[in-house]
Design a protein around this ligand. Structure first.
Ligand code: SAM
Length: 412
C-alpha cells in the first residue's frame, strides 16, 4: 500500500519542489500552498530526505480522521498503535497547526494559520478548526501518545522540545485532523555544513529554490557578487557536484522502529558513488566584506565543494563579469533601520548602473523583500516571482541584461 507524505517548503517554491520529488520517483505529486503532497513506499522517505534541496521537512502521514473537539482528538490519537512507530525511550515533541485555507498543512509556516508547539506562534487569523486552543490541543495529543505507551508498556516517552528524537505533527482543518510523523528531524535546510553565519544568511533550501526558479544549469557561469556566507554558491556547487544535500547529516527516520538500516546505507552509498570530483562549473562568489569572504571559504570547505567555487573579495559596484554571459544571483543588503534604508536608496541605482555597464549578456536575479527594488535599480524585470523568506514576502526579480542592445530591457 502506498504511504502518503507531505513536504512543506518556503511558499513560492512548490513547483520546483514537485519536480524534485518526481525525480526521486514520488507518485501522486500534488502542490498546495506551502508544500507538496505525494505518495510512495517508505524508502521514498529516505530518498526524499537525502535528495530534496527545497523541502523543509518530509512528513509521513500516520492517520487522518474527522474531529470535532479535543476529546475526539485525544481518543483518535490514543487509538494509533504508537509502539509500531517508536520506542518509549525516545524523546518526543508535538506540534499542532491549524490552517484557514483548504490546503494540506505547511507545518513549517502554515499559510494564514496558527500553530502551537514549543515554538508556538499564534497568529491573529481566525482558524478553520473548531478547537478553541492550539496549546490545549497540543497537550491532549501529547497526553494521548504518552497514555497509550503507559497503558501498553508501563513507560512513556519524555518530552524534549529542543532536540527531540521523534516529532509528531498534527494539522487541523475544519473538522479534520491529520497526524504526521516527521521523518526529517532537524529541518532539511540544515545541511550540516554551515560553520560561520553572516548576519542574515539565506536558508539553504531558499537558495536552492532561487537557483531552480532562475533555471540555472551547471554549464552556465554563475556569480553571487554579494555572497555573505556563500549559501547560493554552495548550493550551486552541491548541484554541480551532483552531491545529495543530506549526505552530511542524520534524519528523524533513523529513530523510528521501521527504520531499515541496510536499505538506507544502500541509498546513501549510491548517492556517494555519483559525486563528481571535477568542477564542470564556473561558480564565483564575492563580497566586499573580508569576514564574509572568510566565512564563505569555511562553509565551502565544510560542504566539501571548495574546488567548485572561486571566492574573491570585491565590490559589486566595481568588479568585472567573470565570463561573457551567465547568471548573476544574489540577495542584496536590505535595511531595517531608516538610516540603512536611506543608504540603500543610494546603493540600488549604482548597482543598476554597474549591472548595465559590466554585465551585458548576463541575467541578473535579485531576491529582495523591498518591492521597490526594480524601480530603484532602474532596470525592467522580465519576471517578478513572489516567494517568502520566512515571514517576509519577497520577489525574485529576473533582469535580462541584453548584450549590445541593452537599452531595450532598461527603463532609462
Ligand atoms: C543579505 S547579505 C547576503 C547573504 C547571503 N546570501 C548569505 O546567504 O549569507 C548581503 C551581503 O552583501 C554584501 N555587500 C554589501 N555591499 C556590497 C558591495 N558594495 N559589494 C559587494 N558586497 C556587498 C554584504 O557584505 C553582505 O554580505
Amino acid at each position: 500500500m502506498a504511504e502518503r507524505f507531505f513536504a512543506p517548503c518556503p511558499r513560492g517554491l512548490e513547483p520546483p519542489l514537485a519536480a524534485e520529488l518526481e525525480a526521486v520517483r514520488a507518485r501522486d505529486v500534488q502542490s498546495v500552498d506551502g508544500g507538496v503532497a505525494f505518495a510512495g513506499d517508505l524508502a521514498l522517505a529516505y530518498r526524499a530526505n537525502l535528495e530534496s534541496r527545497i523541502a523543509s521537512r518530509v512528513l509521513w502521514r500516520v492517520d487522518g480522521f474527522s474531529c470535532r473537539d479535543e476529546r475526539e482528538l485525544y481518543d483518535r490519537v490514543y487509538a494509533i498503535d504508537w509502539s509500531r512507530h517508536f520506542e518509549p525511550r525516545r524523546t518526543l515533541r508535538v506540534d499542532v497547526a491549524a490552517s484557514t485555507r483548504r490546503a494540506v498543512p505547511s507545518v513549517e509556516s502554515p499559510p494564514g494559520g496558527r500553530r502551537s508547539g514549543a515554538a508556538a506562534r499564534v497568529g491573529r487569523t481566525q482558524s478553520s478548526s473548531p478547537l478553541a486552543s492550539l496549546e490545549f490541543a497540543t497537550l491532549r495529543v501529547k497526553d494521548a501518545v504518552c497514555d497509550r505507551f503507559r497503558a501498553e508498556r508501563g513507560v512513556r516517552p519524555s518530552v524534549d522540545k529542543r532536540a527531540p528524537d521523534v516529532r509528531v505533527h498534527v494539522h487541523l482543518r475544519e473538522r479534520e485532523a491529520s497526524v504526521y510523523l516527521d521523518t526529517s528531524g532537524e529541518p532539511l535546510f540544515k545541511r550540516g555544513y554551515r560553520r560561520d553565519a553572516e548576519e542574515a544568511p539565506l536558508r539553504e533550501n531558499l537558495a536552492a529554490g532561487l537557483l531552480a526558479l532562475a533555471q540555472w544549469k551547471p554549464e552556465q557561469p554563475l556569480l553571487d557578487p554579494m555572497c555573505g556566507s556563500g549559501t547560493i554558491a554552495i548550493e550551486a556547487a552541491l548541484i554541480a557536484a551532483d552531491r545529495a544535500p543530506g549526505l552530511g547529516r542524520t534524519f528523524g527516520f533513523q529513530k523510528l522502529t521501521w527504520y531499515d538500516g541496510p536499505t538506507w546505507q544502500r541509498i546513501r552509498q549510491a548517492a556517494r558513488d555519483r559525486i563528481r570530483a571535477a568542477p564542470a562549473a564556473s561558480i564565483v562568489a564575492s563580497d566586499v566584506a573580508r569576514a564574509a569572504v572568510a566565512h564563505t571559504r569555511a562553509n565551502l570547505r565544510a560542504a566539501q565543494v571548495e574546488s567548485f567555487v572561486l571566492v574573491e573579495e570585491a565590490d559589486v559596484l566595481t568588479r568585472d563579469a567573470p565570463a561573457a554571459g551567465g547568471l548573476l544571483l544574489a540577495n542584496p543588503p536590505y535595511g531595517v533601520r531608516l538610516a540603512e534604508a536611506k543608504a540603500l536608496e543610494a546603493f540600488y541605482p549604482r548597482l543598476g548602473d554597474a549591472l548595465k555597464r559590466r554585465f551585458s549578456g548576463w541575467t541578473a536575479g535579485l531576491l529582495s523583500g523591498d518591492l521597490r527594488l526594480a524601480k530603484l535599480i532602474g532596470l525592467k524585470p522580465a519576471r517578478r516571482i513572489p516567494l517568502w523568506n520566512g515571514a517576509i514576502e519577497c520577489r525574485l526579480f529576473l533582469f535580462p541584461l541584453v548584450a549590445g542592445s541593452a537599452r531595450g530591457a532598461m527603463l532609462k
